[in-house]
Design a protein around this ligand. Structure first.
Ligand code: AMP
Length: 299
Protein backbone atom coordinates (compact mmCIF):
# COMPACT_ATOMS: atom_id res chain seq x y z
CA UNK A 1 0.00 0.00 0.00
CA UNK A 2 1.22 3.49 -0.66
CA UNK A 3 1.49 6.55 1.56
CA UNK A 4 0.47 10.16 1.11
CA UNK A 5 2.62 12.70 2.93
CA UNK A 6 1.91 16.38 3.39
CA UNK A 7 4.76 18.38 4.89
CA UNK A 8 7.52 20.85 4.23
CA UNK A 9 10.15 20.79 1.49
CA UNK A 10 12.80 23.21 2.62
CA UNK A 11 16.19 24.82 2.57
CA UNK A 12 17.84 24.07 5.93
CA UNK A 13 20.86 25.85 7.38
CA UNK A 14 22.30 23.69 10.10
CA UNK A 15 25.27 24.00 12.43
CA UNK A 16 26.52 21.10 14.55
CA UNK A 17 29.79 20.67 16.49
CA UNK A 18 31.02 18.63 13.48
CA UNK A 19 30.30 21.03 10.66
CA UNK A 20 27.62 23.07 8.95
CA UNK A 21 25.41 23.11 5.88
CA UNK A 22 24.02 26.27 4.27
CA UNK A 23 20.67 26.12 2.51
CA UNK A 24 20.81 22.34 2.08
CA UNK A 25 17.79 20.33 0.93
CA UNK A 26 15.54 19.46 3.88
CA UNK A 27 11.97 19.59 5.08
CA UNK A 28 9.76 17.15 6.91
CA UNK A 29 8.18 15.68 3.75
CA UNK A 30 11.58 15.29 2.06
CA UNK A 31 13.17 13.32 4.90
CA UNK A 32 10.02 11.26 5.36
CA UNK A 33 9.77 10.32 1.69
CA UNK A 34 13.49 9.57 1.43
CA UNK A 35 13.15 7.00 4.24
CA UNK A 36 9.67 5.61 3.49
CA UNK A 37 10.46 5.06 -0.19
CA UNK A 38 12.63 2.07 0.75
CA UNK A 39 9.43 0.28 1.83
CA UNK A 40 6.52 1.62 -0.20
CA UNK A 41 5.53 4.09 -2.94
CA UNK A 42 5.05 7.64 -1.57
CA UNK A 43 3.06 10.63 -2.87
CA UNK A 44 4.27 14.05 -1.71
CA UNK A 45 1.92 17.01 -1.34
CA UNK A 46 3.95 20.14 -0.60
CA UNK A 47 4.96 23.54 -1.95
CA UNK A 48 8.28 25.08 -2.95
CA UNK A 49 9.19 28.50 -4.34
CA UNK A 50 10.62 29.29 -7.76
CA UNK A 51 14.11 29.22 -6.15
CA UNK A 52 13.96 25.46 -5.48
CA UNK A 53 16.12 23.17 -7.65
CA UNK A 54 13.64 20.41 -8.49
CA UNK A 55 16.45 18.19 -9.79
CA UNK A 56 17.69 17.82 -6.20
CA UNK A 57 14.68 15.54 -5.61
CA UNK A 58 15.46 13.38 -8.65
CA UNK A 59 16.69 10.58 -6.36
CA UNK A 60 13.18 10.41 -4.88
CA UNK A 61 11.54 10.05 -8.30
CA UNK A 62 13.88 7.16 -8.99
CA UNK A 63 12.51 5.45 -5.87
CA UNK A 64 8.78 5.62 -6.74
CA UNK A 65 8.10 8.91 -4.99
CA UNK A 66 5.37 10.75 -6.90
CA UNK A 67 6.14 14.47 -7.04
CA UNK A 68 3.08 15.52 -9.05
CA UNK A 69 1.67 17.07 -5.86
CA UNK A 70 4.74 19.28 -5.37
CA UNK A 71 3.42 22.73 -6.22
CA UNK A 72 5.73 25.53 -7.34
CA UNK A 73 4.45 28.88 -6.09
CA UNK A 74 5.72 32.38 -6.82
CA UNK A 75 8.09 33.33 -4.03
CA UNK A 76 10.77 31.83 -1.83
CA UNK A 77 10.89 28.28 -0.49
CA UNK A 78 10.36 27.62 3.24
CA UNK A 79 13.62 28.08 5.17
CA UNK A 80 14.67 26.77 8.57
CA UNK A 81 17.91 27.24 10.50
CA UNK A 82 19.03 25.40 13.62
CA UNK A 83 22.05 24.74 15.78
CA UNK A 84 22.90 21.68 17.89
CA UNK A 85 24.78 21.54 21.19
CA UNK A 86 27.63 19.09 21.80
CA UNK A 87 25.29 16.36 23.09
CA UNK A 88 23.48 16.52 19.68
CA UNK A 89 20.13 16.13 21.46
CA UNK A 90 19.49 19.77 22.30
CA UNK A 91 18.63 21.91 19.31
CA UNK A 92 17.91 25.58 19.03
CA UNK A 93 15.83 26.89 16.14
CA UNK A 94 17.58 30.04 14.93
CA UNK A 95 15.18 31.01 12.16
CA UNK A 96 11.90 29.91 10.55
CA UNK A 97 10.77 31.62 7.34
CA UNK A 98 7.45 30.21 6.15
CA UNK A 99 7.61 32.03 2.78
CA UNK A 100 5.43 30.13 0.24
CA UNK A 101 4.20 27.83 3.03
CA UNK A 102 2.29 30.75 4.53
CA UNK A 103 -0.18 30.83 1.60
CA UNK A 104 -0.22 27.13 0.74
CA UNK A 105 -3.65 25.56 0.17
CA UNK A 106 -3.12 21.87 -0.61
CA UNK A 107 -5.40 20.66 -3.35
CA UNK A 108 -5.41 16.88 -3.54
CA UNK A 109 -5.70 15.05 -6.87
CA UNK A 110 -7.97 11.97 -6.99
CA UNK A 111 -5.03 9.57 -6.60
CA UNK A 112 -3.96 11.40 -3.42
CA UNK A 113 -7.42 11.40 -1.86
CA UNK A 114 -7.67 7.65 -1.94
CA UNK A 115 -4.35 6.75 -0.37
CA UNK A 116 -4.85 4.27 2.50
CA UNK A 117 -1.99 5.64 4.64
CA UNK A 118 -1.72 9.36 5.32
CA UNK A 119 1.26 10.90 7.07
CA UNK A 120 0.75 14.47 8.28
CA UNK A 121 4.38 15.55 8.61
CA UNK A 122 5.44 18.58 10.59
CA UNK A 123 3.56 21.48 9.00
CA UNK A 124 0.82 23.97 9.96
CA UNK A 125 -1.96 21.94 11.68
CA UNK A 126 -4.55 23.85 9.63
CA UNK A 127 -2.95 22.43 6.47
CA UNK A 128 -2.90 18.98 8.07
CA UNK A 129 -6.65 19.30 8.72
CA UNK A 130 -7.36 20.58 5.22
CA UNK A 131 -5.60 17.55 3.74
CA UNK A 132 -7.56 15.16 5.94
CA UNK A 133 -10.82 16.78 4.85
CA UNK A 134 -10.02 15.88 1.24
CA UNK A 135 -9.07 12.24 1.89
CA UNK A 136 -11.52 9.35 1.54
CA UNK A 137 -11.55 7.15 4.69
CA UNK A 138 -7.82 6.39 5.00
CA UNK A 139 -6.95 3.19 6.90
CA UNK A 140 -4.39 4.92 9.08
CA UNK A 141 -3.57 8.58 9.77
CA UNK A 142 -0.21 9.28 11.40
CA UNK A 143 0.81 12.75 12.53
CA UNK A 144 3.95 14.61 13.60
CA UNK A 145 4.33 18.17 14.86
CA UNK A 146 6.82 20.44 16.63
CA UNK A 147 7.11 23.13 19.31
CA UNK A 148 6.59 25.90 16.71
CA UNK A 149 3.02 24.71 16.05
CA UNK A 150 2.28 23.56 19.61
CA UNK A 151 2.83 27.09 20.85
CA UNK A 152 1.63 28.92 17.71
CA UNK A 153 -1.45 26.92 16.62
CA UNK A 154 -2.41 24.87 19.64
CA UNK A 155 -6.20 24.82 19.10
CA UNK A 156 -5.89 23.82 15.44
CA UNK A 157 -3.45 21.08 16.43
CA UNK A 158 -5.80 19.71 19.11
CA UNK A 159 -8.59 19.69 16.51
CA UNK A 160 -6.39 17.76 14.02
CA UNK A 161 -5.49 15.32 16.80
CA UNK A 162 -9.10 14.14 17.08
CA UNK A 163 -8.75 12.59 13.60
CA UNK A 164 -5.32 11.02 14.07
CA UNK A 165 -4.62 7.31 14.75
CA UNK A 166 -0.92 7.55 15.65
CA UNK A 167 0.91 10.62 16.95
CA UNK A 168 4.72 10.70 16.64
CA UNK A 169 6.20 13.38 18.84
CA UNK A 170 9.37 14.05 20.84
CA UNK A 171 9.48 14.03 24.62
CA UNK A 172 9.61 17.78 25.25
CA UNK A 173 6.83 18.37 22.71
CA UNK A 174 4.65 15.70 24.37
CA UNK A 175 5.10 17.47 27.71
CA UNK A 176 4.28 20.86 26.15
CA UNK A 177 1.26 19.58 24.25
CA UNK A 178 -0.62 18.41 27.35
CA UNK A 179 1.26 20.60 29.85
CA UNK A 180 2.35 17.70 32.06
CA UNK A 181 6.01 17.08 32.92
CA UNK A 182 5.50 13.37 33.68
CA UNK A 183 5.99 11.52 30.36
CA UNK A 184 3.88 8.46 31.25
CA UNK A 185 0.99 10.72 32.24
CA UNK A 186 1.53 12.94 29.20
CA UNK A 187 1.33 9.89 26.90
CA UNK A 188 -1.94 8.77 28.54
CA UNK A 189 -3.39 12.24 28.15
CA UNK A 190 -2.42 12.27 24.45
CA UNK A 191 -4.30 8.96 24.02
CA UNK A 192 -7.32 10.83 25.42
CA UNK A 193 -7.06 13.46 22.65
CA UNK A 194 -7.85 11.01 19.84
CA UNK A 195 -4.86 8.87 18.79
CA UNK A 196 -4.94 5.15 19.58
CA UNK A 197 -1.15 5.08 19.75
CA UNK A 198 1.56 7.59 20.57
CA UNK A 199 5.26 7.27 19.78
CA UNK A 200 7.51 9.39 21.99
CA UNK A 201 10.95 10.02 20.49
CA UNK A 202 13.85 10.64 22.87
CA UNK A 203 16.74 11.29 20.47
CA UNK A 204 19.83 9.26 21.36
CA UNK A 205 17.80 7.56 24.12
CA UNK A 206 15.47 5.85 21.65
CA UNK A 207 11.69 5.87 21.38
CA UNK A 208 8.64 4.48 23.19
CA UNK A 209 5.31 3.27 21.82
CA UNK A 210 2.28 3.62 24.07
CA UNK A 211 -1.22 2.29 23.34
CA UNK A 212 -3.98 1.31 25.77
CA UNK A 213 -2.50 -2.21 25.92
CA UNK A 214 1.19 -1.77 25.07
CA UNK A 215 4.25 0.01 26.42
CA UNK A 216 7.28 -0.77 24.21
CA UNK A 217 10.66 0.96 24.16
CA UNK A 218 13.51 0.67 21.67
CA UNK A 219 16.99 2.16 22.13
CA UNK A 220 18.58 4.29 19.45
CA UNK A 221 21.03 2.36 17.28
CA UNK A 222 24.53 3.27 18.55
CA UNK A 223 25.92 5.43 15.71
CA UNK A 224 29.64 6.11 16.19
CA UNK A 225 29.71 9.32 14.21
CA UNK A 226 26.59 11.49 14.40
CA UNK A 227 27.07 14.40 11.99
CA UNK A 228 23.62 16.04 11.85
CA UNK A 229 20.46 14.94 13.68
CA UNK A 230 18.18 17.10 11.48
CA UNK A 231 15.42 14.98 10.00
CA UNK A 232 15.95 12.10 12.44
CA UNK A 233 12.32 12.41 13.53
CA UNK A 234 11.04 12.48 9.96
CA UNK A 235 13.18 9.58 8.81
CA UNK A 236 12.06 7.63 11.90
CA UNK A 237 8.50 8.33 10.76
CA UNK A 238 9.42 7.28 7.21
CA UNK A 239 10.70 3.89 8.38
CA UNK A 240 7.78 3.49 10.78
CA UNK A 241 4.97 4.37 8.36
CA UNK A 242 6.71 2.87 5.32
CA UNK A 243 6.99 -0.46 7.09
CA UNK A 244 3.33 -0.37 8.24
CA UNK A 245 2.19 0.36 4.68
CA UNK A 246 4.30 -2.50 3.36
CA UNK A 247 3.32 -5.08 6.01
CA UNK A 248 -0.32 -3.88 6.30
CA UNK A 249 -0.11 -4.98 9.93
CA UNK A 250 -1.32 -2.11 12.12
CA UNK A 251 -1.86 -4.24 15.24
CA UNK A 252 0.23 -3.49 18.33
CA UNK A 253 2.73 -6.15 17.17
CA UNK A 254 2.95 -4.45 13.76
CA UNK A 255 3.49 -1.09 15.47
CA UNK A 256 6.32 -2.61 17.58
CA UNK A 257 8.04 -3.91 14.46
CA UNK A 258 7.56 -0.51 12.83
CA UNK A 259 9.39 1.07 15.82
CA UNK A 260 12.50 -0.94 14.93
CA UNK A 261 12.32 0.05 11.25
CA UNK A 262 11.88 3.70 12.25
CA UNK A 263 14.92 3.55 14.52
CA UNK A 264 17.03 1.93 11.80
CA UNK A 265 16.16 4.64 9.25
CA UNK A 266 16.79 7.48 11.73
CA UNK A 267 20.18 5.98 12.58
CA UNK A 268 21.30 6.22 8.95
CA UNK A 269 20.00 9.73 8.48
CA UNK A 270 22.12 11.22 11.28
CA UNK A 271 25.35 9.95 9.71
CA UNK A 272 25.57 12.91 7.32
CA UNK A 273 24.16 16.39 6.68
CA UNK A 274 20.89 17.00 4.83
CA UNK A 275 19.49 13.94 2.97
CA UNK A 276 22.94 12.82 1.78
CA UNK A 277 23.02 9.51 3.65
CA UNK A 278 19.47 8.57 2.65
CA UNK A 279 20.41 9.35 -0.95
CA UNK A 280 23.24 6.81 -1.06
CA UNK A 281 21.68 4.20 1.26
CA UNK A 282 20.93 0.71 -0.11
CA UNK A 283 18.30 -1.90 0.89
CA UNK A 284 21.14 -4.27 1.77
CA UNK A 285 22.51 -1.81 4.35
CA UNK A 286 19.03 -1.44 5.84
CA UNK A 287 18.54 -5.21 6.14
CA UNK A 288 21.95 -5.63 7.72
CA UNK A 289 21.36 -2.93 10.33
CA UNK A 290 17.85 -4.27 11.04
CA UNK A 291 19.39 -7.68 11.87
CA UNK A 292 21.97 -6.05 14.14
CA UNK A 293 19.21 -4.04 15.82
CA UNK A 294 17.13 -7.15 16.52
CA UNK A 295 20.22 -8.89 17.97
CA UNK A 296 20.80 -5.84 20.12
CA UNK A 297 17.34 -5.91 21.72
CA UNK A 298 16.91 -9.70 22.04
CA UNK A 299 18.07 -11.79 25.00
P1 AMP B 1 13.27 16.87 12.56
O1 AMP B 1 14.74 17.07 12.79
O2 AMP B 1 12.91 15.47 12.18
O3 AMP B 1 12.44 17.40 13.69
O4 AMP B 1 12.83 17.74 11.29
C1 AMP B 1 13.59 18.78 10.80
C2 AMP B 1 12.95 19.30 9.51
O5 AMP B 1 11.73 19.97 9.82
C3 AMP B 1 13.85 20.29 8.82
O6 AMP B 1 14.26 19.74 7.58
C4 AMP B 1 13.01 21.56 8.65
O7 AMP B 1 13.04 22.07 7.34
C5 AMP B 1 11.60 21.12 9.00
N1 AMP B 1 10.91 22.15 9.80
C6 AMP B 1 11.44 22.88 10.82
N2 AMP B 1 10.52 23.73 11.32
C7 AMP B 1 9.38 23.53 10.60
C8 AMP B 1 8.06 24.11 10.64
N3 AMP B 1 7.74 25.06 11.52
N4 AMP B 1 7.14 23.63 9.75
C9 AMP B 1 7.46 22.67 8.88
N5 AMP B 1 8.67 22.10 8.78
C10 AMP B 1 9.63 22.51 9.63
Amino acid sequence: MSVLVVGSVAFDSVKTPYGEAEEAIGGSATYFAAAASFFTPVDIVAVVGTDFPRESLQFLSERHVDLSGLEVADGRTFRWAGEYQLNMNDRETLDTQLNVLADFHPNLADRHREQPFVFLANIDPELQASVLKQTVHPDLVICDTMDFWISGKRDALLETMTQVDVLIINDSEARDLVEDHNLARAANQILGLGPRAVVIKRGEHGATLITNDTYFSVPAFPVLSVMDPTGAGDSFAGGFVGYLAKSKDTSDIGLKNAMVHGSVMASFNVEDFSVRRLETLTPHEIDHRYDRFIEMITL
